[in-house]
Design a protein around this ligand. Structure first.
Ligand code: GDP
Ligand code: MG
Length: 162
C-alpha cells in the first residue's frame, strides 16, 4: 500500500493526526515532547484515499546522541520507507530552529511533500505564514488534528501532490 510518513519535531501533533486518520488511538499522544518511542504504522482513511500512515517520534532514544543525529536517523528512516511525506509544523509556535533542521533534510528527499501547519484552529498561525512559506515547500495546509478541521484541504493537497 502507498505509505505516508508524518515527520516533524516533537509536540507539533503528529500522533494526534495519526490517530485521527487511523480512527483508533494507536499512537500515544502526550504533552511531553517525544513520547512516541518508535515508528508506528496504521491504515489511514482520508476521503476516498486509503494508505499506510507512519507516525514518527521526531526524537528517538537509543539513536545517535546529538539532537541533530536523532532527528536525522528518524527522518531519514521515514523518508526511505515512505512514498510521500507529511511535514508538520506548529502554527501556534511558529517556525523553530528544529523545524529548519527537518526542512533541510526533507528538501533533499525526492518525494512528494505536504507542509502541514497544525494547531491552526480558530485564527492561530496566520502570523507565521510567511516564515512557513519560506521553508520552501509552498503554502502550508492549515489543520487542527485535534478538532478535525482542515482535513478536506489536506485531502486536496494530497491529491494534487500525487
Ligand atoms: P507529537 O509529539 O508531534 O506526536 O504530538 P502529539 O500528537 O503527541 O501532540 C502534542 C500536544 O499537542 C498534545 O497535547 C496534543 O493534544 C496537542 N495537539 C495536537 N493537535 C492539536 C491541535 O490541532 N490543536 C491544539 N491546540 N493542540 C493540539
Ligand atoms: Mg508523537
Amino acid at each position: 500500500m502507498f505509505k505516508i510518513a508524518i515527520v516533524g519535531r516533537p509536540n507539533v501533533g503528529k500522533s494526534t493526526l495519526f490517530n485521527r486518520l487511523v480512527g483508533k488511538k494507536l499512537a500515544l499522544v502526550d504533552d511531553l515532547p517525544g513520547v512516541t518511542r518508535d515508528r508506528r504504522a496504521g491504515t489511514a482513511h482520508l476521503g476516498d484515499l486509503t494508505f499506510t500512515i507512519i507516525d514518527t517520534a521526531g526524537l528517538e532514544t537509543g539513536a545517535p546522541a546529538t539532537l541533530a543525529g536523532r532527528m536525522r536517523a528518524q527522518t531519514e528512516a521515514a523518508i526511505a520507507e515512505a512514498d510521500a511525506i507529511f511535514f508538520m509544523i506548529d502554527a501556534r509556535a511558529g517556525i523553530m530552529p528544529d523545524d529548519r533542521a527537518f526542512a533541510s533534510l526533507l528538501r533533499r528527499a525526492d518525494k512528494p511533500l505536504i507542509l502541514i501547519a497544525n494547531k491552526a484552529e480558530g485564527r492561530a498561525g496566520t502570523a507565521g505564514a510567511q516564515e512557513a512559506f519560506d521553508l520552501g515547500f509552498g503554502d502550508p495546509v492549515g489543520l487542527s488534528a485535534e478538532h478535525g478541521d482542515g482535513l478536506s484541504d489536506l485531502y486536496s493537497a494530497l491529491r494534487e501532490a500525487l
